[in-house]
Design a protein. Structure first.
Length: 524
């Protein structure tokens, strides 16, 4: 819908004002019959000040995009197609609406978002958003969780893993280490955001040990500094374990990066060559990413036919009215595809009828989609805790009207140079081939097992508690089934959850981009 774009070529209104006339004297000679006073002419209404369209470029881009694609467009009166009639009065009202909130971020949050929307957002610079989804961030490489401990509001940090080639990888810190303070200040619910996620690039962690289930500061200090452009390999650990007559493959995958399909395929090629009979897929810290990559991973696991449905899309009513039935369907894959730099390589599928997935309250979106999408076809055994619950997908939009505002890396020269903002609105709900999409409260585990702060273990090691529990299920062993965490995680947040758009499903096969806008390059 572009009817208001023409406003930005219009000439502004001229503001006029009229001076109020002086009052007549009210004292008259008593000998004189007062003459009737002339009726005062009504004071003309001042014309409203004109609004310079250049001051609301960002708000206009946001409204146009949300009106066209937002999942809840039909529930939002201010986004209705009839909200601003195609008249001079309607155009003026539209400009006034845009200008009423001069801060584009507040305009997006307060004027355009549906009350139940937990995941839509924006960025003042689209490149920051693009880098984030490619796994490139400003980071010190320490991925950690924060948990409550004690009876008050005290918070402790525990190290989940260290990103390779980061600042943290050069320091004496590793998975399982615990910290209770930053720069000499003890962590609590009131200060952890400022201390750990503030503007300072460098901070010092105050470390602690656990003695008899009590935290004891040990005097150790770790200084960490954030690096620009740190790129994380989403495949953190792979391993193959021979145990109980089974050959068990283990894969820890931490982000569904669009270009990681080839690396996943290579890892599965090693599993196939080794004769892996069972798979443990570790998504415990994976908050999501590319829907295409989720289809690659699900296909590598199951080896389903390309004619079988992985998941289905549900858009707003306005979009759905313009689509054909097949446009809603997303199929399993037989190759890595060609988007995101993949080479259309045939998949090294394991063809399993059961998979064991380690997932927690830090698993979301594309991670959940793999589990839900596979459920109608194979047995998915979920070990861990209830997941985040994100059954919706988004896309990146920039100010590029000729491409329907879809971000396309090949069209960066066409993005409005006066508007570098991007928005990432929810545009679709995902459901599996059985029509199941009701997991907004998270996926409940088949086997509930929280991580133990004082026994996190080594990722990929068969003694690590969650992996050990999966091995016990595969082999029928009872030795690890009675494990009870001594200090289970009482999660406040994590370093990943604090990142913008942490839990996301990025729509790659965008039917609305392909069909409505007729531009296959809208895939992102």
């Amino acid at each position: 819908m572009k009817k208001y774009l023409l406003l930005f070529l219009a000439v502004g209104l001229v503001f006029n004002s009229c001076k109020k006339s002086d009052d007549e004297p009210f004292i008259k000679p008593v000998t004189q019959v007062p003459e009737p006073e002339p009726e005062a002419e009504p004071e003309p209404e001042p014309e409203p000040e004109s609004i310079d369209p250049a001051t609301v470029i960002v708000q206009n881009f946001m409204w146009q995009t949300m009106n066209a694609y937002y999942l809840w467009q039909g529930e939002m009166p201010d986004l209705a197609d009839t909200r601003f009639p195609e008249t001079d009065e309607g155009e003026a009202a539209y400009l006034e609406f845009l200008a009423a909130e001069p801060d584009p971020g507040k305009f997006f949050e307060n004027k355009l978002l549906f009350s139940a929307d937990r995941f839509s957002g924006y960025s003042e610079n689209y490149k920051d958003l693009v880098n984030l989804f490619a796994g490139i961030t400003k980071s010190n490489g320490l991925e950690f969780g924060l948990s409550l401990y004690g009876s008050g509001d005290d918070v402790l940090g525990f190290v989940n893993y260290i990103v390779k080639d980061s600042d943290a990888s050069t320091k004496d810190i590793q998975r399982g280490d615990i910290f209770v303070g930053v720069n000499g200040t003890s962590l609590n619910l009131d200060n952890y955001i400022d201390l750990l996620f503030g503007d300072e690039d460098t901070y010092t962690l105050n470390m602690a040990d656990v003695e008899d289930n009590t935290l004891v500061p040990n005097g150790k200090e770790i200084v960490l500094t954030k690096m620009e452009g740190l790129e994380e390999d989403p495949i953190l650990v792979t391993n193959i374990v021979d145990q109980g007559g089974a050959k068990i493959g283990y894969l820890m995958y931490n982000q569904f990066v669009g270009g990681s399909g080839e690396a996943l395929n290579q890892a599965f090629g090693e599993f196939v060559s080794a004769g892996v009979t069972d798979l443990v897929l570790d998504l415990r810290y994976n908050l999501g990413g590319s829907s295409h990559t989720s289809a690659v991973l699900a296909s590598l696991i199951s080896g389903r036919s390309a004619s079988e449905i992985f998941y289905k899309d549900k858009y707003n009513a306005k979009i759905e009215a313009q689509l054909e039935p097949d446009d809603f369907l997303n199929y399993f894959l037989t190759t890595t595809g060609t988007i995101h730099g993949n080479s259309d390589t045939p998949l090294n599928t394991l063809n399993l009828n059961k998979v064991y997935v380690l997932a927690t309250n830090r698993s979301a979106s594309a991670s959940e989609l793999v589990m839900v999408g596979l459920e109608p076809y194979i047995d998915v055994v979920h070990i861990g805790t209830t997941t985040v619950g994100k059954n919706q997908g988004s896309n990146t939009f920039v100010d590029d009207p000729e491409n329907g505002n879809f971000y396309n890396p090949d069209r960066e020269g066409e993005i409005n140079p006066n508007n570098q903002w991007a928005i990432q609105p929810i545009i679709v709900t995902a459901e599996n081939s059985d029509g199941f999409s009701d997991y907004s409260s998270g996926l409940v585990p088949d086997i509930e097992l929280a991580e133990d702060i004082i026994n996190l273990g080594i990722l990929g090691d068969p003694e690590e508690p969650l992996f050990a529990r999966a091995i016990a299920e595969i082999t029928g062993s009872t030795t690890k089934r009675g494990f009870i965490p001594e200090m289970p995680v009482d999660l406040v947040t994590s370093s990943k959850l604090q990142k913008p758009f942490a839990d996301r499903l990025i729509v790659d096969k965008s039917a609305i981009g392909l069909k409505i806008k007729g531009n296959a390059a809208s895939e992102q």
